[in-house]
Design a protein around this ligand. Structure first.
Ligand code: BG6
Length: 454
């Protein structure tokens, strides 16, 4: 397998892609012959590049010396179509029959997608209907609906949909994969998964990190396109979709699209920008890009009419954490004495992977007092070693031609429709500059009268 990474000098390569490939290699999940070609503009001797990659890795890579023999650097300007002849010659010169699969991973800003994809097609590095040749697109796919449509058209004129993998790495996370099982493999949830019983759904992905070296990309994207259009909307779709007629890929995606199509945004939105953002590398001094967004949306289906979905994401928050909190309404016979609380089902995505069900019971003692209790399932405690990282799962799926955890075009189209509207309306919305998490969450609270965390 030839695994080529475009944009290989970016953060994603060292943070996610190389660790995922490394783990797959040592779990013997990689084809026997594989070569990882990292493409970048900078001029590097190969061993300097490999050393630099190693120095940026976070974690334990005891067998790096073995793995690194598979790693190569190829210098070219991937935005220049003329540079592809050299790359094509390089690939031609490889004993390709030993490699078989060709996977091109586009870890670049979306504006380069059409240039790279077209050049790969023009140089016959990828050809229609050869299912061993595939292109993986990092998210967001496109900058808006119009550009996404244009990229998609260009692609599908030249190659087949089954060769296209539009990644949303949240879908590879263990706990997102778990949502469908929890919802559809349990009688206890089947009849209560609706607005008659569920008061609210909160989906959050908070990060302590800033935009770091990614200012160039991030400033034209912002939290709406970087996180909401993809990760948060995909999570919402899994929680809100109607039960599919069967659990196959097509039927599940059909229902997700229906849920995405029904998202209705309310005007109770909070946009924020962390203080210090304007001093980051590659950020214009007058940037109005949001690094935080709090959205209240409804899903216009008979099941969900009354239930608000709160979506919150932000950078430079107190700590990195992600999860889903489903809060149920009060029971009709609600004991007043003690500390009864609403039932809650929490799906923890990060840092802990788990599911917690909070319900009320009797407090120990002579009095009839109620108190909240928790049933706590720790998902990550059940795996030996680490639970597989999202990118590991997704790269393995690409190798095995399994696109079920990748986004289909109509999911992307639907998500862009809503996000484009939000981007248009954002111009009239205030942007709160926040020093820290508490400050911006207070602004949310004053808007929603609802706390993100108890
Ligand atoms: C990426 C975004 O898709 O997801 C980043 O581009 C963000 O800005 C990252 O930091 C968060 O992913 P995770 O898996 O670390 O929660």
């Amino acid at each position: 397998m030839l695994f080529t990474i475009f944009g290989a000098t970016g953060d994603l390569t060292t943070k996610k892609l190389i660790p995922a490939l490394y783990n797959l290699y040592f779990e013997e999940q990689m084809p026997r012959n594989f070569m990882v070609i990292c493409i970048g503009r900078r001029s590097y001797p190969e061993d300097t590049f490999v050393k630099e990659v190693f120095s940026k890795l976070d974690g334990h890579f005891e067998n790096w010396d073995m793995f690194k023999t598979h790693l190569h650097y190829f210098e070219m300007d991937f935005s220049n179509p003329e540079d592809y002849s050299g790359f094509s010659d390089f690939v031609e010169a490889l004993p390709i029959q030993n490699y078989g699969e060709k996977i091109f991973y586009l870890a670049t800003a979306p504006r380069f997608f059409p240039i790279i994809a077209k050049a790969l097609i023009d140089h016959q590095l990828i050809e229609r209907d050869d299912l061993r040749e595939k292109i993986v697109f990092e998210k967001p796919f496109g900058e808006n609906l119009e550009s996404a449509k244009a990229y998609n058209k260009l692609l599908l004129e030249a190659i087949d949909e089954s060769q296209v993998y539009r990644i949303d790495h949240y879908l590879g996370k263990e706990m997102l994969q778990n949502i469908l099982m929890v919802r559809f493999a349990n009688k206890i949830f089947e009849n209560i998964w609706n607005d008659e019983n569920i008061e609210s759904v909160k989906i959050y992905a908070l990060e302590s990190e800033t935009v770091k070296q990614r200012g160039g990309y991030y400033d034209s994207s912002g939290a709406l396109k970087d996180m909401v259009q993809n990760h948060l909307f995909q999570t919402l779709a899994l929680v809100a979709m109607e039960p599919p007629r069967g659990l196959n890929d097509r039927l599940v995606k059909d229902e997700k699209v229906r849920a995405l199509d029904r998202i209705r945004v309310c005007d109770e939105i909070v946009y924020g920008q962390y203080s210090g953002y304007l001093d980051e590398k590659d950020i214009p001094s007058n940037s109005k890009t949001e690094t935080f967004v709090g959205l209240k949306v409804f899903v216009d289906s008979p099941r969900w009419k009354e239930t608000p979905f709160y979506l919150v994401t932000g950078k430079k928050m107190g700590q990195k954490r992600a999860g889903i909190v489903i809060t149920f309404k009060n029971a009709s016979c609600f004991f007043e004495k003690g500390q009864p609380q609403k039932n809650k089902l929490t799906i923890e995505i990060f840092p802990r992977e788990g599911i917690v069900l909070q319900f009320n019971g009797k407090a120990p003692g002579l009095q009839a007092y109620t108190m909240p209790m928790k049933m706590d399932y720790c998902h990550m405690c059940n795996v030996i070693g680490n639970s597989p990282e999202a990118y590991e799962k997704l790269i393995s799926d690409v190798i095995h031609d399994d696109a079920s955890l990748f986004t289909r075009w109509d999911e992307i189209e639907s998500a862009w429709r809503t996000v484009d509207q939000l981007v248009r309306d954002k111009k009239n919305e205030p942007l709160t500059i926040y020093e820290n998490e508490n400050e911006i969450l207070e602004v949310l609270f004053s808007k929603w009268k609802e706390r993100l965390f108890d």
